[in-house]
Design a protein around this ligand. Structure first.
Ligand code: DGL
Length: 264
């Protein structure tokens, strides 16, 4: 039986979901949260769909033992591989998932949109169908970014490598025409400024987090599960790596994020 005082679980293959958590915590200030990073099994984005499904299913079972009232899949890769089956398996539980915010970019009138995601997300039938819906309204460049999430898992010390990686990856013929980037992996918002740096023109960046937060609020309210008071809000961090250093990294990224400033 779900109860309004139960926490909301937010999970990802690793540190990426912390970027989503930052927004959800701001949008739902009365809720308790449990963040789970499956860092022992990251990255998901270069594994098979079946393997990712099994990993996600295990994480969900573990989170259910923590008595959560909702699960937010803060991972585009896991959403595309597992969300529909999980919704069928747990019909009472509000299960939400992040997806590339392509519609948001198109609705904002962007014409040349770069979608960055893991190889598994970009080749998923779900993303390909989403892309097909918008090809008559905008030019869409889908860019798989193998290895980028793994570099970001390394935290601040990986920033120089990430800069070199992005300089090579984003050196594409269409670069000067791009007016928006959809970050279709929750690891990437941590390096938004490094991505922007690769373009001479201003770049609008879309993560889809606000839409996800609104959707979560709406689904909780519909089920009378939205908390309106909480004098002692808690945010708990858990990791399948289960090491003090990993949990310290989660805290640090939650408080500070990573980005260009640390390189100066
Ligand atoms: N952060 C995840 C996503 O949004 C996946 C990163 C990975 O594990 O490859 O797709």
């Amino acid at each position: 039986m779900l109860d309004v005082t139960m926490p909301i679980a937010v999970f990802d293959s690793g540190v990426g979901g912390i970027s989503t958590l930052q927004t959800l915590v701001k949008m739902l200030p009365q809720e308790n949260f449990i963040f789970f990073g499956d860092s022992a099994n990251a990255p998901y984005g270069e594994k098979s769909r079946d393997t990712v499904f099994k990993l996600v299913d295990q994480v969900v079972q573990q989170l259910l033992t923590k008595n959560v009232k909702s699960i937010v899949i803060a991972c585009n890769t896991a959403t595309s591989a597992a969300k529909p089956v999980l919704m069928e398996k747990y019909p009472e539980l509000p299960i939400l998932g992040i997806e590339p915010a392509l519609k948001e970019a198109v609705d904002a009138g962007k014409h040349n949109i770069l979608v960055m995601g893991t190889p598994l997300t970009i080749k998923s039938p779900k993303y390909q169908a989403q892309r097909a819906r918008f090809t008559d309204q905008a030019t869409i460049h889908s860019l798989p970014c193998p290895g980028l999430a793994e570099l970001i898992e390394g935290g601040h010390q990986s920033l120089p490598k990430i800069q070199t990686y992005l300089a090579q990856l984003l050196n594409i013929p269409e670069r000067d025409q791009i007016d928006a980037a959809v970050l279709g992996c929750t690891h990437y918002p941590f390096v938004t400024e490094l991505i922007r740096q690769q373009f001479t023109q201003p770049l609008a960046v879309y993560t889809g987090y606000t839409g996800l937060g609104n959707n979560l609020r709406r689904q909780l309210a519909q089920r009378d599960l939205l908390r309106t008071t909480n004098p002692k809000r808690t945010i708990e961090f858990m990791s399948s790596k289960n090491e003090a250093a990993e949990l310290a990294l989660y805290h640090q990224l939650f408080e500070q994020g990573i980005g260009i400033r640390q390189l100066q």
